[in-house]
Structure formats: C-alpha cells, structure tokens
Design a protein around this ligand. Structure first.
Ligand code: MSP
Length: 649
C-alpha cells in the first residue's frame, strides 16, 4: 500500500438515495463525519470531507415514475433537501457529489473499461431474484416461498425473477486477496464484530457479481454497449474516487486517496467491505484504511426507514432545538457501532440535564459572576493554590483522553470525558463558593482567582467540544469576549491557563433553554406530516415558455379501453387508450385514487407526443394529465363525451 502523507484526512459518508428526503439516520452518519472532519482540522490536518447523493438506478427510476417526474427532476428536487439539511446542521463538507455529474459518469466508465480490458469484467447471462426496493439481487440462500417467489430479507417485499445478459465482475478471483488483506489490516473494518462478519462471509466463497442491467434505463451506459447500464452500486461506490479528483484532478486525487475512513451504516457493510476493496484491487488502487459500520437509529425498536414509515424529520427537531443539541444527542447517546433507540423522552431529558443544566448553567453562572463582581474584567488574580493546580492538571488528563477518543473515532467516549470534567468544574465552584467570597472585600483576589480558574476551564473545555458542537463552542468563546474563534486555534496550542480579558465579559444570555417534554412531544406529533417529498426547496422564479413551445405539445382526448394494475406496485395502472387514430398503452401513477374498473370508458387528456418511456419494464406511450392534491393524483374529466383524439388547445 502506498503510504500517503500523514497530514491529510479524507472522510466520506455514503451517498444518499434521492428517492426520499433525508431523515435522522442520514443525518447521523453525516454528523459523525462532520465531527471527525472538524477534529482533524483542529489537529492541523488537511481535510477532505465528501458527501453527496446517489441518483441512478431502478429505485430512483421507479419513484420518479410514480411521482410523474423524470429521474433527474426527482433528484434535483430531493438534492435541495439534503443540501439544505446539511446547511442547517452545520455540515462542513468540502464537496457534495451527485452521481449524475458528468465527471463522475466519465470516471466510472473509464474504470469499467479498464477492468473490461483487464478481464476482471466479462459478459455473461444472469438469472436471479432481484429486490427493486433494495436495488439488490437476493443471495441464493434466501428460500423460495411455497407460492414460488422469494421475499427480500431486508425489506420484506416480494422479489422478482430476472434473467438478462449482463457484465460480471470477477469477484471470485478476489476471495483470497481479500482474506489476506483483512488479516494484514485488522482495522480495515470496524468495529471488530463487523470485521468478523465480513471475514466469515468471504470465507464461504464469493461468486462473480453481475454489475450491469438492461432492464434499468436510468444509469451510466456501459462504454461501447449502451443497452446495458452500470449497476447502481458499482457506479455509486466510485464516487469516493471521482469526488476527490480521479480522472479530473490528479494532484488532488494523489493527495487524498486512499480514504482514511468510509463511514457507513451496517446495512451497507458488504458493499463497502467486500465489493469495494475488490473493485479497487482490480483497478490497482490502494485501499481505504477503515470502513466504519455504525449502528442504526431505531424508532419504537425498529430501524428508522422510509419504507417502515417511522422516520423522524430532522427539520422539525432542528426548528425546535437547533443544530448543536441534535448533533450532541446523536453522538453522545450511542457508541458508533451500536443501535440506539430514539425516544422523545430520552432526547428531552438528555438535553435538559447535560446541556441546559451541566453546561448551560455552568457557563451562565460563572460569567454572571464575572460580570457582577468584576464588571466583566478579571485582573488582580490571587495566587494559585494547590487545589487550583489540581483542577488544572485534571484538565490536562481530560484533554489527553478526549484526544485519544477522538483519534479512535469514539465520539461518545470523548463527550463523556468532557462531561466528567464539566462536573469537576461545577464541583470546584461549589467547593470554593465564590458567592461567599464576594461578600468579603479582602477575599477579592481569591474570588478573582476562582473565577479565573473556572473561566480557563470553560474556555479549554468548550474548545474540546468544538468538533461536535461548533456553534456552541464559538458562542462560549464569544461570551468570554475572545476575539479568536475556536477553529482558529490549533489543538497543539490548547492549554489550561490561557485566558486574558480581551473584551469585558457582558451579562451572558442562556445557552440552552429548558425544553418542556409535553410541549415537545405535542409539536413533534402535530407536524409529523406523512409525505415530505415536496421540496421546501428554493423559491423559484416563474419560468415562462413561449406559445410556440406550448404548441409543440400534442394534447389529445383519450378514452380508456382497458385498465389493470401493474403487479408489485400500488401506484401504477396499465391503461389501453383510444386516441382516435390509434390505440396506445400508457402507465399512469393514479392507482391510489382510482380503481382500474372505474376508469374504463372515461376520457381525459394525454400528451400524445411525449417520448415513450419504460416504467417497471413496461412501455408507456404518453402521459395523462392529473392534478396532485395532498399527494394523490386527481384526473380532470370532461363534462360531456368527446370523440377520442380530439385536440386540446
Ligand atoms: N445509496 C446507498 C449508499 C451508496 S454509498 C456508495 C444507500 N443510500 S441510503 O440513502 O439508503 O442511505 C444509507 C445510509 O444512511 C446508511 O448506510 C446509514 O449511513 C444511513 N442510515 C439510513 N437509515 C439509518 C438509520 N435508521 N440509522 C442510522 N443510519 C441509517 O444505501
């Protein structure tokens, strides 16, 4: 493996599917990555933090069709939601990649071509059970149901049997190299339990992997054979290379590859810990240092996911408490690697006790005393006593441990240490009783010393908190009257005795208001709207089209001859329609509002000259017009019968 410069740190999140808006689970991975990125910047590393969206594949194609959008339109809508959320959560990513970007597509094709020439990719025929929702062929050990089909073990939906010509990646050839690699790099998969899972899976034997589809149109075409599109996972994983310059900025690429850590949820471990290193070995790239598989956030003890309908909307929580408390809760509550249950009670309780009480009160009380007793300016500090020295050296120990934990990606442990020290500060104040010292004029130097000690401790501790709570750390430094922001000071400069009054400390405001549990629950439930795909997106200016552009649309009256449901979806109907001069077939996403028999004989408007599209493997030759009300389609019908084919102008 090529050893890269120690001074760079490259961290990634999975790129998220754009078939739905982001939820707490997506936010979790991205917040972990952000905390690690910020920490490494404090350490003076040159950091590259990559996140983005996974925009190709059947899942996106299908959702888009159901919404009456093109896949790109769907992606453009949803991507705005991700970017907006990352902004609100203070995610400091260096680049947000979209797999529909041209440079990414070109990079993937280039690698595909390279592996084809090398013989690691070859053409064959694939037959297998495919889960459309998970974009994945089921493993062969999934049993056949008595009715003759298979059920996807991940999402519980019915899989479909697919047979197609396909290009294969020679994964079987990498079984031994992978096992050797795992052995030599025990930190490659973390936590250890996940590494064990991966090793035992690989030991059972690896089969070649089908990496193209002819049934999916929405994907990167195979170079020289465009009826095949590249399997969305082959496409997506390579974002980690294209996002830092592969094939367009060799210097950047050289500087940051290999990645230091790919953060992922445990659901996508095999893709990252088996396929990905095998693809990289085949293409001759050095391998990433660590794939860290974190646990799931559960709601009511089941994994939060769109298909289960139990996702928590981060926008709502953010609106109520702001970014830092949410970041803190997610990182503090569970060790990376374990599952956690998100309950409103647990959330509010932790915020009130850790943030409002332990941290918020401490800062407010201390600074209020500095303001009240010294008009915000601390001079004539009395001598350092033994207990002060001890208090300072306890911080040094805390600092050491916090740094070790951050270095080890153990963010919850780092936070625990910080909180232990916050309690030490609280105890120091309780023991020294500055409010009593304030009563006797001769104790002023001691009073100044005690408050100085506390202020030094608050400054240094909030610095350690910066990676997880950047806004709060910045605010505390501002309240302390400091001109510098925490991120402007390198970690190596951190010392306990490092406070000088730069500006008088003003009367502080509360950092974290206490949250009322009942009110919080009420607000969360009230606003838990069912479908949030509609973009809160940027308000767009009206874009006018010319009359000539409108005239290009051939709108016609169509009469429904037959109608039936499309198997495996509850949104689509297959309609045979009469257009006067010809008969057509269209796939319409109206099944949630109309039963098939209800539509037979009805007339509505279709765009007759819309380019045909394949939806769920069935050709749709046109599109009907419908309004969307509360997420459901409503078809405008005529108030009298018209000859099919009548032009609508
Ligand atoms: N597009 C793929 C990833 C391709 S990476 C080359 C994908 N996308 S996803 O939108 O489904 O997001 C998956 C990731 O979101 C998980 O790996 C995890 O990081 C995060 N989470 C989604 N739900 C989650 C929870 N309920 N809990 C914690 N994180 C989870 O898979």
């Amino acid at each position: 493996m090529v050893e890269k410069s120690k001074q760079t740190f490259y961290v990634t999140t999975p790129i998220y599917y754009v078939n739905d808006v982001p939820h707490i689970g997506h936010a979790y991975t991205t917040i972990i990555a952000d905390a690690l990125a910020r920490y490494h910047r404090l350490k003076g590393f040159e950091v590259f933090f990559l996140t983005g969206t996974d925009e190709h594949g059947q899942k996106i194609e299908k959702t888009a069709a159901e919404k009456g959008l093109t896949p790109k339109e769907l992606a453009d809508r949803v991507v705005g939601r991700f970017k907006e959320l990352w902004k609100q959560l203070n995610i400091s990513c260096d680049y947000f990649i979209r797999t529909t970007e041209q440079f990414h597509e070109a990079g993937v094709q280039k690698i595909f071509q390279k592996l084809l020439e090398k013989g690691d990719i070859y053409k064959g025929t694939y037959q297998g059970w495919y889960c459309v929702s998970e974009e994945n062929f089921l493993s062969e050990d999934v049993p056949l149901e008595p009715e003759g089909y298979k059920i996807c073990p991940d999402c519980g939906r019915k899989a479909i049997l697919i047979e197609e010509e396909s290009y294969f990646f020679r994964l079987s050839a990498y079984q031994q190299p992978l096992l050797e690699f795992y052995q030599q790099n025990p930190q490659f998969v973390r936590p250890q339990t996940r590494m064990n899972e991966v090793v035992s899976f690989v030991k059972q034997g690896l089969k070649d992997l089908s990496i193209t589809r002819t049934t999916v149109k929405w994907g990167i075409p195979v170079p020289g054979d465009p009826k095949h599109t590249i399997y969305v996972w082959f496409d997506a994983l390579h974002n980690y290379l294209t996002g830092i310059g592969y094939d367009w900025n060799p210097e950047l690429f050289q500087r940051f590859w290999p990645a230091d850590v790919h953060l992922i949820g445990k659901d996508i471990l095999r893709f990252h810990a088996i396929f990905w290193p095998a693809f990289l070995m085949a293409a001759g790239f050095p391998l990433p240092r660590t794939v860290y598989g974190h646990g799931w956030w559960l709601k009511d003890e089941t994994k939060m996911s769109k298909s289960k309908g139990n996702v928590l909307d981060p926008y709502l929580i953010l609106k109520k408490v702001g970014a830092d408390p949410l970041r803190y809760f997610l990182l503090r509550e569970i060790p990376i690697g374990q599952d956690g249950n998100f309950s409103h009670e647990g959330f509010v309780q932790r915020l009130n006790s850790d943030l409002a009480n332990d941290l918020g009160n401490l800062v407010q009380r201390t600074l209020t005393m500095v303001f009240n007793y010294f008009q915000g300016t601390l001079n004539e500090i009395g001598e350092e006593k033994e207990e002060d020295r001890k208090f300072a050296s306890q911080f040094e120990e805390t600092r050491k441990r916090v740094v070790e934990f951050y270095d080890d990606y153990a963010l919850n442990r780092a936070l625990e240490e910080i909180w232990t020290y916050l309690n030490v500060i609280n105890k120091y104040l309780a023991d020294n009783e500055p409010w009593k010292l304030a009563k006797a004029p001769e104790s002023r130097p001691r009073l100044a010393r005690v408050l100085y000690q506390a202020v030094c401790a608050i400054k240094a501790t909030s610095y350690l908190l910066y990676p997880v709570m950047p806004e709060t750390a910045g605010k505390i430094w501002e309240l302390l009257g400091l001109k510098q922001a925490p991120q402007e000071m390198p970690l190596t400069d951190l010392k306990f005795y490092d406070f000088r009054t730069e500006k008088p400390i003003p009367k502080p405001e509360a950092l974290f208001p206490r949250i009322d549990l009942n009110e919080f629950i009420g607000e969360m439930e009230k606003q838990n709207a069912p479908d949030k795909l509609e973009p809160k997106a940027e308000v767009k200016k009206m874009e006018y089209i010319t009359y000539d552009e409108f005239k290009k649309m051939d709108l016609r009256v169509a009469k429904v001859l037959t109608a039936e449901r499309v198997a495996g979806t509850n949104k689509l109907l297959k309609l045979q329609i009469d257009l006067g001069t010809e008969q057509r077939q269209i796939i319409a996403g109206v099944a949630e509002s109309y039963a098939p028999e209800e539509l037979v004989g009805k007339e509505f408007i279709v765009i007759a000259n819309l380019q045909p599209a394949v939806i769920r493997g069935i050709e749709s030759q046109g599109m009907l017009l419908a309004a969307e009300a509360e997420g459901k389609p409503i078809i405008p019908f005529f108030d009298r019968e018209l000859p099919p084919g009548t032009k609508v102008k």
